[in-house]
Design a protein around this ligand. Structure first.
Ligand SMILES: *Cc1c(COP(=O)(O)O)cnc(C)c1O
Length: 501
């Protein structure tokens, strides 16, 4: 199977090259030339498989330049009970909320307590194998722009991985206290963490620019290094996410929530559009899905886009209690536009050029219609998010984080607006303990403790919800990193961190 660029289809490579490179040379994103299908027999046979076996089956359809042994090695090293708490890394918790049944796909049982672990525990294995095939003996330099969760998950995945270096940039005032502490205490000899004065979009734009700058790449090449990406622009990030939607469907059948072949809806709290795109790709493979409910916070650029066909990033940026969704340029939307335009690289490129120069584009009526037939867009502001955390806990004794609350709120609104009774899976994307202050505030139970870890303790005492061990163990740990830089200086920071600037 070949992958080509959304902005130039003549640029076509095998999966190892796509994963090692991260982004296409022309600035486009790699996508599979066509989607392999899951037959109904296969889906049926997957019902009795473990998560790992389901993963091997799906991944082998895409990484055709990897041997079955290589794929098995990647999967078996990533999804262990030691890392995810059990042999099922993505369990479903069903709750009744305002009268409707919601099936929460808990994707945050990994080492950093956010769904990013589902991809970033396996990406380093994909990448080191890809480098062996196509890297020409170079070391990979992973540049990450993070709105909070990707950074920590990537650091944890890549720490001390041979022939890799990892550098993470996060917005200095744009992440939670726990997220900052998680990153700044990161261990490993090949890691570096730096805050920037700016927001996530600033960080992501600068990283993309450094990444595609030929002069910088040349300096790296002179030192036997090459850039790669752990952001969801990398195909190796999206592929493992397709797996858990297929797996969740199998679990929904096994739990008796749907009959094999019946459709489900999928709700995703969305930022960079990677997670929801993976769900869409699962449907492209034949998974029975009716609608994708795209949930945003107050940065509702996607809600407006789905409702109007106009993508306009020229608007106020809000720092919210769901920081991992504080994004105005959703990178992976590019891949959806490519698919919905009938794989038109020229049209996709024209939209992306307009976004770059004017900050706005409008899709054709045909594309808009296609989007609206598959996607519903809604948003939850700060009050609705807090209310949802509060009400879900009062009704079901179930504690959810701020991002998942956005999804629950929008899903609830969708069900009320449409009366759609299709069984729904909601991606639950983080542990509530990563956002203790906001979650405690939402529960509204008396005084707020001063320190982050006292908040964690109070939340635990109030709810009985288990504190994940990786977070509990950070108490009292001293920070290794604390640098802050201007976004204009990020390139210099990268070269100095690598010892070549
Ligand atoms: C990254 C993240 C999101 C957004 O996911 P995208 O793939 O960027 O759309 C939502 N919730 C949490 C907790 C996240 O870390």
């Amino acid at each position: 199977m070949f992958y080509y660029s959304t902005q130039d289809k003549s640029n076509s490579v095998l999966s190892a090259q796509a994963i090692a490179q991260g982004i296409a040379q022309d600035g486009g994103l790699f996508v599979p030339e066509s989607f392999p299908q899951i037959t109904s027999d296969e889906l049926s046979s997957m019902l009795s498989m473990s998560y790992r076996d389901r993963a091997k089956l799906i991944i082998s359809k895409y990484l055709t330049d990897f041997t079955p042994e290589e794929i098995a090695d990647c999967v078996d090293s990533a999804y262990t009970a030691a890392k995810f708490g059990s042999d099922d890394p993505a369990p479903i918790a069903s709750v009744k909320y305002n009268g409707a049944e919601l099936n929460l796909l808990e994707l945050w049982h990994g080492p950093t307590c956010a769904f990013k672990d589902m991809a970033l525990q396996i990406l380093p294995h994909f990448l080191t194998k890809s480098l062996k095939k196509v890297g020409g003996g170079k070391d990979a330099v992973i540049l990450v722009a993070t709105s909070g969760d990707t950074g920590k998950a990537a650091l944890e995945g890549f720490k001390d991985v041979d022939h890799t270096r990892i550098i993470v940039f996060y917005p200095v005032d744009g992440v939670s206290a726990m997220q900052k502490h998680q990153m700044n205490t990161q261990e490993g000899d090949n890691v570096y963490v730096c805050a920037i004065r700016g927001n996530f979009d600033d960080a992501q734009t600068a990283v993309k620019k450094i990444f595609t700058d030929p002069a910088t790449s040349e300096i790296l090449a002179d030192h036997n290094m090459m850039f790669s990406s752990a952001n969801s622009i990398n195909w190796g990030r999206l592929l493992p996410q397709i797996v858990y939607y297929v797996s969740a469907y199998c679990d929904m059948v096994n739990l008796g929530k749907v009959n094999l072949g019946d459709k489900i809806n999928i709700t995703v709290p969305t930022g960079n559009f990677g997670n929801i795109l993976a769900a869409y790709y699962a449907r492209e493979m034949g998974l029975p899905v009716k609608r994708f409910i795209c949930a945003s916070n107050s940065n509702k650029v996607l809600t407006d886009f789905i409702n109007t066909g106009v993508y306009d990033k020229n608007r106020d940026f809000y720092t919210t209690v769901s920081p991992s969704m504080d994004i105005l340029v959703s990178s992976n939307l590019e891949r959806l536009l490519f698919a919905l335009s009938g794989n038109s690289d020229t049209l996709t490129k024209s939209y992306m050029d307009a976004l770059k120069t004017k900050g706005v584009y409008e899709v054709t009526p045909e594309i808009k219609e296609k989007i609206q037939s598959s996607f519903y867009g809604g948003f939850a502001d700060e009050d609705a998010t807090a209310q949802t955390i509060h009400d879900l806990f009062e009704q079901q004794n179930y504690l959810c984080d701020t991002h998942t609350a956005v999804a629950v709120s929008v899903c609830d609104a969708y069900i009320k607006a449409t009366g759609d009774t299709t069984p729904v899976v909601i991606a639950s994307t983080a542990s509530p303990y990563k956002f203790s202050k906001a979650v405690l505030t939402a529960l509204d139970k008396g005084d707020m403790p001063e320190s982050e870890f006292d908040m964690v303790e109070k939340l635990h005492e109030l709810t009985g919800a288990q504190v994940p061990a990786p977070l509990a163990s950070l108490r009292g740990k001293t920070a290794r990193f604390g640098d802050v830089t201007d976004k204009e200086d990020m390139q210099g920071v990268v070269l100095r961190a690598l010892g070549i600037g």
